[in-house]
Design a binder for this molecule. Structure first.
Ligand code: ADP
Ligand code: ZN
Length: 214
């Protein structure tokens, strides 16, 4: 089964994708993670995208489609793929359809995670992640343990994303509404869309997604 997690920044796509990887042996393909890896590797492409990402704008379709194509070729997934943060434009959605078609695969479900805008701002400005394993923390709902060590891997280095500030978040939200939200109608028309309430606890949201997949 191949699925897309669709929703605004801060909707919890990454968190739920990681859970699906653990529970269902699926492979997570996050263009956000791929682009952040490209930045730290210091490649020409990485340098070019860094500024765009920090501002909160979308990276060009060619770059992200290229990254996804490479991953689909190198990372086979018997349990299926979770597309997290991709596609974000109609051109990306068409390209993904073609890439999967060439592999004899298709998208089975598109999970739209609905969260209201005030909650997104609150979530994102409180967010940090473990630099070692990527576990996500939140100053209010899931603070870093008092011993300063990651509950998952024990590392003690935490980071805030450069684009997790209020100004860049506004730009990301605008990009979502202008460029990505048309995908809701696109996948509804294709008959793949399931909408879930993304506001509950991590477990509640996971249960809604599980129900949508079975
Ligand atoms: P979030 O969903 O929290 O905004 P992501 O990690 O998915 O975070 O993406 C971070 C940034 O990476 C985006 O703001 C954008 O600049 C870039 N990016 C990620 N995926 C795509 C994509 N599919 N198309 C264009 N830009 C992307
Ligand atoms: Zn960790």
């Amino acid at each position: 089964m191949n699925i897309i997690l669709l929703g605004p920044p801060g909707a919890g796509k990454g968190t739920q994708a990681r859970k699906l990887v653990e529970d269902r042996n699926m492979v997570q393909l996050s263009t956000g993670d791929m682009l952040r890896a490209a930045r730290t590797s210091g490649t020409e492409m990485g340098k070019r995208v860094a500024e765009v990402m920090d501002r909160g704008d979308l990276v060009t379709d060619d770059i992200v489609i290229g990254l996804i194509r490479e991953q689909l070729e190198s990372d086979k997934a018997p349990g299926g793929y979770i597309f997290d943060g991709f596609p974000r434009t109609l051109a990306q959605a068409d390209a993904l359809g073609r890439l999967l078609d060439e592999m004899g695969e298709s998208i089975d479900r598109v999970i739209e995670m609905q969260v209201d805008d005030d909650a997104l701002v609150a979530r994102i400005t409180a967010r940090s992640t473990c630099a070692n394993c990527g576990e996500v923390y939140n100053d209010i709902t899931k603070p870093i343990p008092s011993d300063g060590k990651c509950s998952k891997c024990g590392a003690s280095d935490f980071q805030r994303r450069a684009d997790d500030n209020e100004e860049s978040l506004r730009t990301r939200l605008l990009a979502y509404y202008k460029q990505t939200s048309p995908l809701i109608g696109y996948y509804y028309a294709k008959g793949n869309l399931v909408s879930v309430d993304g506001l509950g606890s991590m477990e509640d949201v996971a249960a809604s997604i599980a129900k949508a997949l079975d």
